[in-house]
Ligand binder design. Structure first.
Ligand code: BAL
Ligand code: ZN
Length: 880
């Protein structure tokens, strides 16, 4: 495989002003005719170089240059390019190709999902549809005609507005769509199928009426309302918060079952993994409802941050993804609970993105090299990219940030631009110099910030000293200091916040403020501090870093109760739990009896007994740090000790807190029984406390709890309660109730693939012995197939990522299993194969024996035959 470098970027030699496509879809092949109206790019210099079009897996049937048919001697054709020689500045290329969507299992380009035709072109799928300049800086006006058999494919869709349609002989029909906005090929989409739609409309801020349509297969028409409501809220929010108005007369979403990603923002025709559209109380959990809302918002927001202003090249991917994740997370925060959303995002980032940033695939938010761009749709590009945007927002404040985004959209509308262009707009609009800040885009790795303090009673000053560093990452041994915004407050002995006046300032500037740490070592001194305060640092997780301050457990308990920043109250609880769990891990490793620090019990009791607290916060605080997070923060992860310590803590907490847990459980379950399902924050909160309480209570193995759990499983009117009860039954020793519940569930939901995904996942994640054997058996289940990415993620992905004790079996059988699946999937669907590999690439985290076993499986994959560039890049980099 070849490495592509950012430094080699060159503007395209030719441009495509107009793209006219005609698709003839058949069951055993499809024909694509493309007419490209082209011209020499004036920015590319003089002369007429060869025209090199991208194209893969295309059978060329006919090729014309300005109506002149070309014969074999007039062009060269390889398995990836078609090269010909233009003779004028302006010219038209016509090509006809045959392709095979019906046998496309990679789900890239044009393919079939069940009975419908659909497309996925980002990043480089369009070259599997027709010969083209498949790069995001070539933007063209598209007209698309689709023809297919009318009965099987009554609905024919593409980007933009419908302009004509008609019938043909032989039971076929056609439709033509025209997209008035120039776009790169990665935003092209086509759908043909037997689909029903829910229709609604939205009146934009300038009073234009936009038709909204969500297309699904007929059996899913009852699961679309939540996505439609989410779409309308997103459209309104983007007008109010960013001043962005929708620009076409119609906006469509289509749900498909077989999809590599969550969804795709194709202009005017978003194509979604059905898991990110379909949601109703009976079949989708609260988490699924929130994910649908977030993904609908995310794809909609791309209409501006991605489509109207797109990326110059794929190194700039975070330009649209980091920005759009930041936008969707703010939308969710405004719609539900801001603090809870922040806690969820940070827990996810710290567990998964930090692991990526510490592993062999670590890369900057703006990478400078890749082999396969599909491998760079990563947590770093998305989640860390969003954190970088959040930091700009924090440093500038919302008003200047909005001025910056207005300028960015105005200046670059219709263009393909870079992360530098984005930052420049922020700088120009705000008058802020972000030159040093831009290191967040170019340096990989998670910075570490060591903080120490000193109090001078005589001078009444309090100093905080910050020392930053960043570990080496592949290709980057030395790092320069970052700009780290540290939001903080100081608490006095009663828990009150102190006014904050820095040395040299004439007056205090509030009691919570943001310091910019810009040097390797830097001290800030506060004045008028009457007694030694306790600092509350990195409030709201104001930077994606690892901050270390030597809090003792009593100080953490104090912050849990008194910090005015909700996120930091949770964070203090997490740090307390981490300290306590790490102590237990040490005890386990030394062969000592495990002893739980009672302070954790007391802290959680206080929370459980305080009914004035936000229930979602109580639920979050009760959730101990996960095994994956404990792994990430370990020098060398001891799989058995981590699992044993966490399970021990959970059992001890259950024993000590049974009464308050049972009381809260029963109260909430009663409310749930009496309340119809609502997908709103207060209801999410109630159910989440109810369900985490149940998961603890079941550890008591008391008959009244088992009865309550079975009752919740059998009688709940929503999937949130039902699935939570099923999961705790599956993790319990109650074999009989468990088997019965699993059978009932599968029988009832066998025709709903998304619900069956949940059924696979709860079993794949069960930490009891025999996990690998259960997964093997489930792969034989009639509802399972390796060809559906959701199934692969639900069963194999859940096992390898969430069932650490079974996946990391000491004999290496878990690793061998995963490698076998990767080898099979490499031939079927390289993108999914490469993603599935991630747990094996983390071998450096483990002891020698596991390292050897994991590396041996990576070597075996490498030697297994012809590898896709996707899998080759990840395997070779993780062995390097
Ligand atoms: N652009 C790929 C899917 C997404 O991030 O929206
Ligand atoms: Zn996106």
């Amino acid at each position: 495989s070849k490495t592509i470098y950012l430094k080699d970027y060159q503007v395209p030699d030719y441009l495509i002003d107009e793209t006219h496509l005609t698709f003839e879809l058949f069951e055993d092949h499809s024909l694509v005719h493309a007419q490209l109206v082209m011209r020499r790019n004036p920015e590319a210099g003089a002369g007429l170089p060869k025209l090199v079009l991208d194209g893969q897996q295309l059978e060329l049937l006919e090729l014309k240059l300005d109506d002149r048919e070309l014969s074999a001697g007039d062009y060269t054709l390889t398995d990836s390019h078609l090269t010909l020689q233009p003779t004028q500045e302006r010219f038209v290329v016509d090509s006809s190709v045959r392709i095979h969507p019906e046998s496309n299992t990679a789900l890239e380009g044009l393919y079939k999902s069940g009975k419908m035709f659909c497309t996925q072109c980002e990043a480089e799928g369009f070259r599997k549809i027709t010969f083209y300049l498949d790069r995001p800086d070539v933007m063209s006006k598209f007209t698309t005609t689709v023809s297919a058999e009318q009965h099987a494919y009554p609905v024919l869709l593409s980007n933009g507005n419908p302009i004509a349609s008609g019938s043909e002989e032989g039971g076929r029909h056609w439709a033509t769509w025209e997209d008035p906005f120039k776009k790169p090929a990665y935003l092209f989409a086509l759908v043909a199928g037997d689909l029903w739609c829910v229709e609604d409309s939205f009146t934009t801020m300038s009073n234009r009426e936009v038709a909204l349509r969500i297309y699904v297969e007929p059996e899913n028409i009852d699961k679309v309302q939540h996505a439609m409501d989410s779409l309308k809220r997103s459209m309104k929010w983007d007008e109010e918060v960013y001043g962005r108005e929708y620009d076409l007369d119609i906006f469509m979403i289509v749900a498909v079952n077989d999809f590599n990603m969550g969804a795709m923002e194709n202009k005017g025709l978003n194509i979604f993994n059905s898991s990110c559209v379909l949601a109703k109380a009976e079949t989708a959990t609260d988490a699924a409802h929130q994910r649908v809302e977030a993904v609908v918002a995310h794809e909609y927001f791309h209409n501006w941050s991605g489509n109207r202003v797109t990326c110059r090249d794929w190194f700039q991917l975070s330009l649209k993804e980091g920005f759009t994740v930041f936008r969707d997370s703010e939308f969710s925060a405004d719609t539900h609970s801001r603090v809870v959303k922040r806690i969820e995002d940070v827990a996810y980032l710290r567990t998964h993105q930090f692991a990526e940033d510490a592993g062999p695939m670590a890369h900057p938010v703006r990478p400078d090299a890749y082999m396969e761009i599909s491998n760079f749709y990563t947590l770093t590009i998305y989640e860390k990219g969003a954190e970088v945007l959040r930091m700009i927002h924090t440093l500038l404040g919302s008003e200047l940030f909005r001025k910056g985004s207005d300028l960015y959209f105005e200046r670059h509308d219709g263009q393909a631009v870079t992360c530098d262009d984005f930052v420049k707009a922020m700088e120009d609009a705000s008058g802020t110099d972000l030159a040093q800040f831009k290191r967040w885009y170019t340096q990989a790795g998670t910075p570490r910030l060591e903080v120490s303090d000193a109090y001078d009673a005589a001078a009444q000053t309090y100093s905080l000293t910050f020392r930053q560093s960043c570990p080496a990452t592949p290709g980057q041994s030395e790092k320069l200091p970052f700009v780290i915004p540290v939001a903080l407050g100081l608490l006095d002995a009663q828990g009150n916040e102190l006014p904050l006046r820095l040395q040299g300032e004439s007056a205090a500037q509030g009691s919570s403020r943001v310091l910019s740490v810009t040097e390797a070592e830097q001290t800030f001194t506060f004045e008028d501090i009457a007694g030694k305060p306790l600092p509350s640092l990195l409030r709201g997780f104001s930077a994606p870093i690892k901050l270390h301050f030597p809090y003792d457990r009593d100080q953490l308990m104090f912050l849990m109760q008194h910090d005015s920043d909700g996120f930091n109250r949770w964070e203090a609880g997490q740090q307390l739990s981490v300290q306590v769990l790490q102590e237990l891990i040490g005890q386990h490793q030394r062969g000592e009896a495990l002893m739980l620090d009672r302070r954790l019990v007391d802290a959680l009791r206080t929370l459980l007994e305080d009914e004035s607290l936000d229930q979602a916060m109580v639920a979050e605080m009760l959730s101990l740090p996960g095994e994956a997070y404990l792994t990430e923060i370990s020098e060398v992860a001891d799989v058995e000790a981590i699992h044993a310590a966490r399970e021990f803590a959970r059992k001890e907490l259950t024993a000590a807190l049974f009464a308050p847990l049972w009381a809260r459980y029963q109260t909430n379950r009663e409310v749930s029984k009496a309340t119809p399902y609502v997908a709103e924050a207060a209801h999410f909160a109630r159910r989440s406390l109810q369900n985490i309480a149940l998961s603890y209570l079941m550890l008591s193995e008391k008959p009244e709890v088992l009865a309550a759990c079975v009752d919740q499983f059998e009688n709940a009117d929503n999937m949130t309660e039902r699935l939570a009860a099923l999961a705790v039954l599956v993790n319990s020793p109650f074999q009989e109730e468990q088997s019965k519940a699993l059978a009932m569930f599968a029988d009832f939901f066998k025709d709903n693939p998304l619900v069956m995904d949940q059924w696979f996942s709860v079993q794949a994640g069960c930490p009891l012995p025999g996990g690998l054997e259960r997964v093997h058996a489930l792969m034989q289940h009639e509802a399972f197939t390796l060809k559906n990415p959701n199934k692969v993620r639900a069963l194999i992905g859940a096992f390898a990522n969430q069932n650490l004790i079974n996946f990391h079996r000491a004999d290496g059988a878990g690793y061998r299993f995963l490698a076998d699946q990767v080898i099979t999937l490499n031939a079927l669907n390289p993108q999914i194969a490469s993603r599935l590999l991630a747990p094996l690439t983390r071998w450096r985290k483990y002891g020698e024996a596991r390292q050897a076993l994991m590396k041996a499986e990576l070597e075996r994959i490498l030697a297994s035959g012809e590898l896709s560039s996707d899998v080759y890049e990840v395997v070779s980099k993780s062995l390097a």
